[in-house]
Design a protein around this ligand. Sequence first.
Ligand SMILES: Cc1cc2nc3c(=O)[nH]c(=O)nc-3n(C[C@H](O)[C@H](O)[C@H](O)COP(=O)(O)OP(=O)(O)OC[C@H]3O[C@@H](n4cnc5c(N)ncnc54)[C@H](O)[C@@H]3O)c2cc1C
Length: 404
Amino acid sequence: MSEEYHYDLVVVGGGPAGSSAAYEAARNGIRVAVLEKENSIAETVRTSGVTWIQNIKEFGIPDDCYNPIKNFSFCSPNNEVTISDSVPRAAVLDVRKTYRWLAQEAKQSGADIFVKINVNNVIKDEMGDIIGVSGVGPNGKITFHSKAVIDASGFPSVVAKAMGFATQWKRFGAGAEYEVKVENIDPDTWWLMVGQQYSPAGYAWIFPLGNNIVRIGVGVGKPESNVDPTQRLKELMDSKLGPIKKLGKISPIEFHYGLIPNDGLSRKTVFNNLILVGDSAGQANPLVLEGIRYAIKFGRAAGKVASDAIKAGNTDENYLKAYEENWKKEIESKINSAGKVQDRWIGLSDEEWDKELDIIKELKPEEFIDFIKAEFGLSNMIKLATHHPKLAVRQLFNLVKGKK
Ligand SMILES: Cc1cc2nc3c(=O)[nH]c(=O)nc-3n(C[C@H](O)[C@H](O)[C@H](O)COP(=O)(O)OP(=O)(O)OC[C@H]3O[C@@H](n4cnc5c(N)ncnc54)[C@H](O)[C@@H]3O)c2cc1C
């Protein structure tokens, strides 16, 4: 016999998107279940956890969940640049602590969180619309009936795939990372390392967490390169290339591995009774493959629209469209511009990277942050172009605006 539950809203996935959707929906007074396949929230870490202090504050994430960063160092085979800010604006999250805090917020708002539930199928009504999900729980088959479902299952997009609305992402980033204890590190400074030896289609990184702990990782774009990021990471750590050498003795604590979609905003994200959010919707900034702040922000937006729809007794696609319009309006043009810069970066040779760092060096800290965050609004671009008489810098901005 299958265990059966009935909720207004079922959220599949207890990552940042799922917990944030559940938090907002439960706050809006409906019955919400979050289904997470692992033994606990954030049992496996699949991310480097870099985000922005402004967003952290906006979301109310506590200060003890992150290490602040104010210096941004880059190295290419024969160049090195550091952009130093007067105040920290970036952060490296304690991912487990942050994701568990988000889940706790959802729980405190009234959502029920079920762990060890591996969702593998959908329930449909006679029209073919989703009205629940099923999967395997600790006691065997388990079924959740609901008026609406949010697919926040991340890269695998289990619900969208089971409905036949999505297929495997074709273009994506694969990343491998060790969280390690080191002898020497400036806790205020992150490192991004570019060029063929670090990653043929991507970059490597050192992100400090404080207390002499750092995350060293390698990201590789697929299908552009067939390099295995885990193998490349081991090679970099063994050969102590570039700034890795300065870390001194490295003692591994934990290994992380993950995949992130990079297909642009190719997916439709609302259907009758169904919303896709976070990585499941492809909501990631492709420049540096960061998606946590979008997962939280649009998770909350999805939870609000879904719960309003449930309260209004109308969960069809037309009602839920407000969610898609909202998030596309906010990030579509930024993501498209970021994609153009990424395409340029993927094609750079080592010598070209050395020169690109000279361009990056020209940026003021706040300009650099806007750039890396893909905040390519028109007013930002005009400001940047007028502040930078140098031709190379202007060419970079023209690229973002779509000109040759
Ligand atoms: C190597 C790497 C480094 C990254 N670094 C950064 C970074 O520095 N900064 C940044 O902002 N972003 C980064 N990202 C991207 C970021 O991790 C994602 O954009 C973000 O985690 C998306 O959140 P999500 O909730 O949509 O998905 P996820 O965080 O993937 O959460 C999905 C949840 O669903 C659960 N789930 C999956 N399948 C099922 C199922 N069948 N049944 C039940 N539960 C299921 C999973 O266990 C997981 O808990 C990185 C990604 C990778 C791969």
